[in-house]
Design a protein around this ligand. Structure first.
Ligand SMILES: NC(=O)c1ccc[n+]([C@@H]2O[C@H](COP(=O)([O-])OP(=O)(O)OC[C@H]3O[C@@H](n4cnc5c(N)ncnc54)[C@H](O)[C@@H]3O)[C@@H](O)[C@H]2O)c1
Length: 428
C-alpha cells in the first residue's frame, strides 16, 4: 500500500495546479502541504484550492527553506528560466522533485541539476507527460515486444496549430528568448525529442543538425489594413483566423492562457473583463504580425545515433489541425501513428503481394479523446510520481532525470546547429 506523498508547490501557476489536482482526486495518495510564489494573488488562489494553511504559504524558495517544511517532494512548476535557480537550493536541502520541462536552458544548467540531484540522493522526475499518453505507451510496448525489429529510422511531426502557435509562441509567454529563456524546439518539442530518445532505449545520439525560421508571424507578412490590436484598430479582423476576438471571446480557446493575465486588471463596471483586457494590455489582444516574438515558426531536426540509425523531428507551427504523428521503420516492419485520431498501424511486408499488410493496433485508442492534457498524459504522470517517490513499482513511462539528458542535449545542440548552420557533435 502506497503511503501519502506530501508535496510543496514551487510556483503556483497552471502546470503546478494540473499535477497537484491529483491530490483532490486521491487525498490518500497526495497532499499539498506548502505553496511558494512571489505573487500574493497566486499564493491565495492555489493555497485555497489545496487548503494549505496560511503559515505554509511562502513568497520565495529561500523563505520556504528557512521554514524547514517536512515534505516528501516539491513540484517545481516555475517558468523555464528559473528552473535552475530554484531547483539547486531545494536539491541541496534534500527535497525530491517533480520538475517541469525543459529542465534548464542549456547543457551546463542541465548537468548542474542532474549532478546536484545525484550528490544529494534526490529523486528527480521530469514532466515528460507525452510518455504517459496511451498512444505512445502502445508504440513503446510494440517496440519492446520486437514487433518491428531494430529501429532504423524515426520520423516524427508536431503540428502545433495556428491557434496554439498564436497564443503561446507569438503573443504569449513562449514567444521569445527574452520572455521565457527557451527556443521553441525546447519549449514545445522537448517532449518529442524525449519520446524519440525513449523509443531508442538509451542509444546515444552522436550528431545533430537543424534548419528553421520565423517566416509568417512578422510585420512584413501583415495583411493590408491590419491594426496593432484585433479589437481596437484592425480593418481585417472579421476575416482573420488569428483574431483575438474570435479565438478568446467567441471560441474560448486556450482560456487558461487568455485569462492568466487578468490578475493584473481590475474589473470595469458593466464590461467583460477578458474583452476589456484584450483591448487594453492583455498581450493576447495583439496582432500576430506585430508582436515582439522571435522564436521559430517552423524547424526540422535530424539526429544520428551511435548505432548508425537516424531520426528526424519536424515542428510545423501554423497548421490547421493540432496533432503529432510518428513513423518508425524497423528491420522487420514499421509503425505509423497519429495521436489525434488515435490510430496506430503496424505494417508488415506481405511476401509475394504488392500491398503491405496493415494492422490497426488498438481499436480502443480511436475511441479515446486523445486531444486534451497531452493525450491524457498529465494525470497519469502525477500518479506515477507518487509511486516513484514511494519506491513502489513505476510505469514504463517514468522519466527519471538521467533518462532525460539525451533528449535535452539533442534540443540544445539542434538550436546551436540551426543558428550556426552546421552539424554539431553531441559531447556527453
Ligand atoms: N509538461 C508540459 O507539457 C508543459 C506544458 C506547458 C508548460 N510547461 C512548462 O511548465 C512550466 C510552468 O509553466 P506555466 O504555464 O505553469 O507557468 P505559470 O506562469 O502559469 O506559473 C509559473 C509560476 O511561477 C511563479 N514564480 C515566478 N518566480 C518564482 C520564484 N522565484 N519562486 C517560485 N515561484 C515563482 C509565477 O508567479 C507563476 O505563478 C514552464 O517551464 C513551462 O515551459 C510544461
Amino acid at each position: 500500500m502506497d503511503k501519502l506523498v506530501k508535496v510543496a508547490l514551487i510556483g503556483c501557476g497552471h502546470r503546478s495546479e494540473v499535477y497537484a489536482s491529483y491530490s483532490l482526486q486521491h487525498p490518500d495518495l497526495m497532499k499539498v502541504v506548502a505553496v511558494v510564489d512571489p505573487k500574493d494573488v497566486r499564493l491565495k488562489k492555489t493555497g485555497d484550492m489545496f487548503s494549505v494553511s496560511k503559515e505554509n504559504r511562502f513568497h520565495s524558495v529561500e523563505e520556504f527553506l528557512k521554514a524547514k517544511i517536512v515534505a516528501d517532494a516539491v513540484i517545481n512548476g516555475t517558468m523555464d528560466a528559473i528552473h535552475y535557480k530554484t531547483s539547486i537550493p531545494l536539491l541541496e536541502a534534500g527535497y525530491n522533485m517533480l520538475l517541469e520541462k525543459p529542465i534548464a536552458l542549456n547543457k551546463e544548467e542541465l548537468l548542474g541539476i542532474y549532478r546536484t540531484s545525484r550528490k544529494h540522493n534526490c529523486k528527480v522526475m521530469i514532466c515528460h507527460v507525452l510518455r504517459y499518453a496511451p498512444f505512445y505507451v502502445k508504440i513503446k510496448e510494440l517496440i519492446n515486444d520486437g514487433a518491428i525489429g531494430d529501429i532504423i529510422q524515426i520520423v516524427s511531426e508536431e503540428n502545433v496549430s495556428f491557434h496554439h502557435m498564436a497564443t503561446a509562441f507569438v503573443r504569449g509567454k513562449w514567444r521569445s528568448i527574452a520572455s521565457c529563456g527557451s527556443e521553441i524546439m525546447m519549449a514545445k518539442c522537448c517532449h518529442d525529442l524525449d519520446v524519440i530518445s525513449w523509443l531508442k532505449s538509451g542509444v546515444k545520439p552522436t550528431y545533430v543538425s537543424s534548419l528553421g525560421g520565423l517566416y509568417l508571424y512578422t510585420e512584413e507578412k501583415a495583411p493590408k489594413g491590419a491594426g496593432s490590436k484585433c479589437l481596437v484598430d484592425c480593418d481585417v479582423e472579421e476575416n482573420c483566423i488569428y483574431s483575438s476576438k474570435k479565438m478568446y471571446l467567441e471560441a474560448d480557446v486556450w482560456s487558461y492562457y487568455s485569462r492568466e493575465y487578468l490578475d493584473k486588471f481590475e474589473q470595469k463596471e458593466g464590461e467583460d473583463l477578458l474583452e476589456w483586457s484584450l483591448k487594453e494590455n492583455n498581450p493576447l489582444g495583439r496582432c500576430v504580425y506585430k508582436c515582439d516574438n522571435d522564436v521559430m515558426d517552423h524547424q526540422s531536426v535530424i539526429i544520428e545515433y551511435e548505432d548508425g540509425t537516424h531520426a528526424t523531428h519536424v515542428l510545423l507551427g501554423g497548421t490547421m489541425r493540432p496533432s503529432r504523428t510518428v513513423h518508425i521503420v524497423g528491420t522487420k516492419a514499421e509503425i505509423y501513428g497519429d495521436i489525434t485520431s488515435g490510430e496506430i498501424y503496424l505494417r508488415t511486408a506481405n511476401i509475394g503481394k504488392k500491398e503491405a499488410g496493415e494492422e490497426l493496433c488498438d481499436e480502443q485508442l480511436i475511441k479515446t479523446d486523445n486531444s486534451g492534457g497531452h493525450g491524457g498524459g498529465d494525470y497519469r504522470l502525477s500518479a506515477d510520481f507518487c509511486h516513484f517517490i514511494n519506491g513502489s513499482s513505476t510505469s514504463i513511462s517514468t522519466t527519471e532525470i538521467g533518462d532525460s539528458i539525451y533528449g535535452h542535449m539533442i534540443g540544445f545542440e539542434a538550436d546551436k546547429a540551426m543558428k550556426e548552420k552546421k552539424v554539431v557533435k553531441i559531447n556527453l
